[in-house]
Unconditional design. Structure first.
Length: 308
């Protein structure tokens, strides 16, 4: 029954798949200014052999999508280890890194022995012309002790290169964490950083069209301009909120038999979403649009009268 409902929605809007899912599917990655710039920074820094790189952004800003896009972009010259949940003790962190790199170790392996195993693996990889990268998502969840253990891992190096490069993805709280005096040495080693920005009004239109096109809609717009403005207002330009509201608005339009999404469907979606419900009474996009049109006409008439 659920599959039939999904198929009916896709058929109604002329889609192959739903365009606004919350899973970070990299085929939907949109080359908007902020996200493309962040990806460029990452690729340049990693190819230059920099030690620590940091990417921050608010909740839902697309950090995990960017992280997965980066993993897909790196070629065979890079070996990657990915930690999506770094809320680990220093001991467990090293074991998790070893596991990600395919380093075999006993359950009760000593810390010095494990560090030696990791070091040997990194040296062998470098000798084979491959650079090892550790990518950590949700890095703001790390403790100060674990961050310090991470810094000590970057001491593993040859005379010419770092054996391990580390990319930290985190929320703005990561910057607050890194200001702690006890890990100032780590902060000094961050050579490249970038902060993801929310989408602008114009970027939201491009974002919607891109995802709809990938989902099979073609270039025919489904969301009106007032719907786009409403999305920007309620979401503050945060991609995850845009996806949630756009998906719910499409369901509301389908329920009414509409093929285009107007601001009223966005408002309905906002009323059904905890994060945006409190903003409903502040702004009415349809009345704002009408008032702006009337004001423009009056201003034009007055201007013409003054020319007489």
């Amino acid at each position: 029954m659920l599959n039939n409902f999904r198929h009916s929605i896709l058929e109604h809007f002329g889609l192959r798949e739903l365009p606004f899912g919350l899973t970070p599917d990299t085929q939907f990655f949109c080359q908007l200014n902020s996200h493309q710039e962040a990806l460029n920074v990452l690729l340049i820094a990693l190819h230059n052999g920099e030690g620590f790189i940091k990417i921050t952004g608010p909740v839902g800003s697309g950090k995990t999508m960017l992280c997965r896009k980066l993993l897909n972009q790196l070629d065979r010259n890079f070996i990657t280890a990915y930690l999506p949940n770094p809320h680990l003790s220093p001991v467990v962190l090293k074991k998790a890194i070893a596991d990600e790199l395919g380093i075999r170790h006993g359950k009760n392996v000593g810390q010095n022995q494990l560090l030696q195993k990791i070091n040997r693996h990194l040296i062998q990889s470098a000798a084979a012309g491959r650079q090892t990268i550790l990518i950590i998502d949700e890095a703001q969840a790390m403790s100060l002790q674990t961050l310090e253990a991470l810094r000590l891992l970057t001491n593993l190096e040859t005379e010419k290169q770092k054996l391990l490069q580390i990319v930290l993805f985190g929320q703005p709280e990561l910057d607050e964490l890194l200001c702690h005096r006890s890990i100032r040495q780590l902060r000094q080693r961050i050579t490249f950083s970038y902060q993801l920005k929310p989408l602008s009004n114009g970027e939201i239109d491009a974002y919607l069209q891109h995802r709809l096109r990938i989902a099979g809609c073609g270039d025919a717009p489904i969301f009106t301009r007032t719907a786009g403005r409403a999305l920007h207002y309620y979401s503050h330009g945060i991609p995850r909120l845009i996806n949630i509201l756009a998906h719910k608005a499409m369901l509301a339009a389908y329920g009414k038999g509409c093929r285009h999404i107007q601001s009223k469907q966005i408002q309905l979606a906002a009323s059904d979403t905890d994060e945006t419900r409190k903003m409903l009474h502040v702004f009415d996009f349809s009345s704002w649009s009408l008032a702006f049109t009337v004001f423009s006409v009056i201003a034009f008439i007055l201007w013409r009268l003054l020319q007489v």
